[in-house]
Design a protein around this ligand. Structure first.
Ligand SMILES: Cc1ncc(COP(=O)(O)O)c(C=O)c1O
Length: 398
């Protein structure tokens, strides 16, 4: 930062949508971020599950430079080569037959809801209802926000969209009751909730949703924006559940840090969409798509995924050790490298205290603290993070 900028208080510049403080970050390298005072932070939050390959990965840096020198933007009135390469890979590596490209998670969910409603509208005008589940997080735009079943996210923004309904997560009876009451176009669920406190959907619950979606021509949407793209040790989380969705939304790590999201869907969903039904100026940007292909090539590799599983299990066992020593911690949650510690009560300033001690972790709902390291995190990184974390916890409990 220049001397001039050092005199600016950033709080005076931004609409306060985030509560943030401290010296700004200036650079990153591998597992570490550095601020303007050159203080080093071990990054176990990955820009909220984005930086899958850590910071300044040489391959990603080179890909950006090469693609930027060739083509930065066209428009979606034309195809671009990186888009085709990226979409082919998404189809090759998933259940999907068709892909829509956008810029973010919330946009992917908006598109998914629109596609599901368009398909349902061909069956009946009344078939527009959408079901989602408590503690979900689907984004901040109106459709995605309305689908997010959290009062605090809705507060002050009404009226929300019509036709959205909520049911408790993992509760088959309640879901069945509400599904009986209206004509549903879509059910949207994070098979592993992240922001909502790291909560995995039960296999029986997902099987029930799949069955009811099939029997009532409802589109089953899996939001894998945070839990997908290798984070849990399989490329997509649905592979671990035995249930395949009709639509899957992805974003966050897929763009390697550039804004990129996608809707992956079946042929049948895609068949109800015509030119002009939906669109985006920047979605599927060539540079972001070139990174997307690189990320997919690396993250879909079986050895890479196996390492995520092994290292995730190692981190989980270390967190279990901590839990056994601290009665304030209720449970260890999650899969692969999407892990959470659920505390019995609000853990106050713990995330900030970890940052002061040089470790970045993230808060989630229900008193849950998330560990979301880059997927390249090694055993030594995990040992170091756990050490810092335990020291902070100890100092607060002394
Ligand atoms: C599961 C899930 N869905 C959707 C979103 C929204 O994504 P974005 O912030 O890219 O709009 C998030 C972001 O945290 C998420 O975790």
């Amino acid at each position: 930062m220049t001397t001039d900028n050092k005199n600016i208080n950033p709080e005076t510049l931004f609409v306060p949508t985030y509560k943030r403080s401290g010296a700004p970050f200036v650079r990153g390298e591998g597992m570490y971020l550095y601020d303007t005072d050159n203080k080093k932070y071990l990054d176990f939050s990955s820009g909220i599950a984005v930086n899958a390959l850590g910071h300044a990965h040489p391959l990603l840096v080179e890909t950006i430079a090469q693609q930027a020198a060739k083509l930065i933007h066209t428009s979606n009135l034309y195809y671009s080569e990186p888009q085709i390469e990226f979409a082919s890979r998404l189809i090759k590596h998933s259940f999907a037959k068709k892909v829509f490209l956008c810029n973010s998670g919330t946009e992917a969910n908006e598109a998914a809801i629109k596609f599901a409603r368009k398909k349902a509208a061909k069956i009946s005008k009344e078939k527009f209802h959408v079901l989602s589940f408590s503690q979900s997080f689907h984004g901040r735009t109106y459709g995605a926000m309305t689908a997010t079943a959290q009062e605090k996210i809705h507060s002050g923004f009404g009226p929300l969209l019509a036709g959205f309904h909520y049911s408790p997560f993992n509760d088959i009876k309640s879901a069945n009751d509400i599904l009986d009451k209206h004509d549903f176009a879509a059910i949207i669920i994070e098979p592993l909730q992240a922001e909502g406190g790291v909560n995995a959907a039960d296999a029986e619950f997902l099987q029930f949703l799949r069955q009811i979606a099939d029997s009532h021509s409802i589109s089953l949407i899996f939001d894998e924006i945070q839990c997908g793209t290798g984070r849990t040790g399989t490329l997509w989380y649905y592979e671990q559940t035995g249930v395949t969705p009709d639509i899957m939304t992805i974003a966050k790590p897929i763009g390697g840090g550039l804004p990129l999201g996608a809707v992956l869907c079946t042929e049948e969903i895609s068949a109800s969409i015509s030119p002009g039904d939906h669109g985006t100026t920047f979605g599927g940007n060539p540079v972001a798509c070139a990174l997307g292909s690189q990320i997919l090539d690396i993250v879909s590799d079986k050895t890479f995924l196996k390492r995520v599983q092994t290292n995730g299990n190692y981190l989980k066992s270390k967190l279990e050790e901590i839990r056994s020593k601290y009665p304030s911690i209720r449970s260890v949650r999650g899969e692969g490298l999407l892990l959470g510690l659920r505390f019995k009560e609000d853990f106050g300033t713990l995330v900030d205290d970890c940052k002061t001690a040089g470790l970045l972790v993230a808060r989630a709902n229900l008193n849950t603290l998330r560990f979301l390291p880059p997927l390249i995190a090694g055993l030594e990184d995990i040992d170091k993070a756990v050490d810092i974390f335990e020291n902070v916890l100890k100092s607060k409990n002394d």
